[in-house]
Design a protein around this ligand. Structure first.
Ligand SMILES: *Cc1c(COP(=O)(O)O)cnc(C)c1O
Length: 371
């Protein structure tokens, strides 16, 4: 079976986790502190704050900005539901904005229209662009629009560790940014996540919010505000640290494999059987998703690929189609289409060029009816 993705855990990484387990220091500790410093250097941001998942990072980001009941937050229609769920979790209202068919990311034009047409009772407070599948969102346009309208920017960079826009890493553009270390992402700690910011006040608030709202003073601990436990463990941090030096190599391998998909799927794309993703040079390729033409039943395509030993899946969800998040101001069209017809193909750095060719040939055969 060619799997959709495979975590890349070396024996050396396992050994570094074992060392932490033997040390007995299991919760937030020295490995966590060092990993935070290494991540801040890697990303080029002032503050990196480890948390227990990407979802925890999104939730804490909104809490740190005091977003809650009576507020509304703009989120792309096409994403993993965690983005919109975090908005719901703080009691705010997600407002859905359609994505662009080229990039699968928040469409700045739709963002502007949605903001200018907003007549809801809630106050618009923030926009959460998602770098979907590792493709950097148009941060210049999105930040410009946010600034004009006094909105915070919280990047959902869950898929986008290692991606960049003209050399500047994703996760360094917003007031806060959120990453995930879930096994489906390129660097994994099992569960795990990260918040980044250049704002020391927001960093301080986030650090205490991940730890029961507690701060340490000379006289001991002091509980400053009600909060939760969203800490990452010391041994998870060790697992992440062991992978970080390889990350850029892995992202490069993924870029080469994605380019090979584009080359090998040019023929079916030319015949209109599928649409290929747009290949921005800064893309980190957490996922390679093509969009099947409307004539195909995706479930059938997935089953046929599975029968020849290839795992595939849908890419991400349309919040509008899930139907849990209220209405979009304008009905989203692109997001629901990507949700219905998007097909994620196997991609991980240890895949071979032959496997990419095999997947491409099998998919072409299935779509041409020649399987
Ligand atoms: C994976 C993902 C998340 C959630 O991260 P977890 O670590 O699984 O909580 C959030 N947003 C997007 C876009 C994701 O892809």
């Amino acid at each position: 079976m060619i799997n959709l993705s495979r975590p890349n855990i070396s024996e050396q990484a396992i050994e570094s986790v074992a060392r932490v387990l033997r040390s007995g220091q299991l919760v937030h500790g020295p490995e966590s502190e060092t990993f935070e410093q290494e991540l801040a250097v890697y990303l080029g941001c002032r503050e990196a704050i480890l948390v227990s998942s990407g979802t925890a990072a999104l939730h804490l980001a909104l809490m740190a900005l005091d977003i809650g009941s009576g507020d509304a937050v703009l989120v792309p229609d096409f994403t993993f539901p965690a983005t919109a769920n975090a908005v719901m979790a703080v009691g705010a209202r997600p407002v859905l904005v359609d994505v662009s068919a080229d990039t699968y990311n928040l469409d700045p034009q739709c963002l502007r229209q949605t903001i200018e047409g907003w007549r809801g009772a809630e106050r618009l407070r923030a926009v959460m662009p998602v770098h979907e599948f590792g493709h950097p969102a148009d941060m210049a346009a999105i930040s410009g629009i946010a600034k004009e309208h006094g909105l915070y920017v919280v990047e959902d960079a869950a898929c986008a560790l290692g991606a960049n826009l003209n050399g500047r890493k994703t996760g360094t553009f917003g007031d806060l940014a959120c990453f995930s270390f879930h096994p489906r992402k390129t660097l994994t700690t099992g569960e795990g996540g990260l918040l980044t910011t250049d704002n020391p006040e927001l960093a301080r608030r986030t650090r205490r919010l991940r730890n029961h709202g507690m701060e340490r003073t000379d006289s001991g601990m002091r509980f400053m505000e009600p909060s939760l436990n969203y800490r990452l463990t010391n041994f998870q941090a060790a697992l992440g640290r062991a992978q970080l030096p390889s990350l850029d190599l892995w992202v490069n391998d993924r870029r080469e494999l994605a380019a090979l998909y584009v080359e090998n799927l040019a023929a079916p794309a030319g015949e209109g059987l599928l649409t290929l993703p747009n290949a921005d040079p800064g893309h980190s390729w957490q996922t390679f998703m093509v969009v099947l033409d409307g004539r195909f039943d995706r479930a059938e395509v997935i089953a046929k690929l599975k029968a020849v030993g290839i795992e595939s899946n849908l890419g991400a969800q349309s919040m509008q189609e899930i139907g849990l998040y209220g209405d979009a101001l304008d009905t989203c069209k692109v997001g629901p289409h990507l949700y219905a017809q998007g097909l994620a193909l196997p991609l991980y750095e240890r895949m071979t060029p032959d496997q990419i060719r095999q997947v491409s040939e099998s998919l072409t055969a299935v779509l041409s009816g020649a399987d």
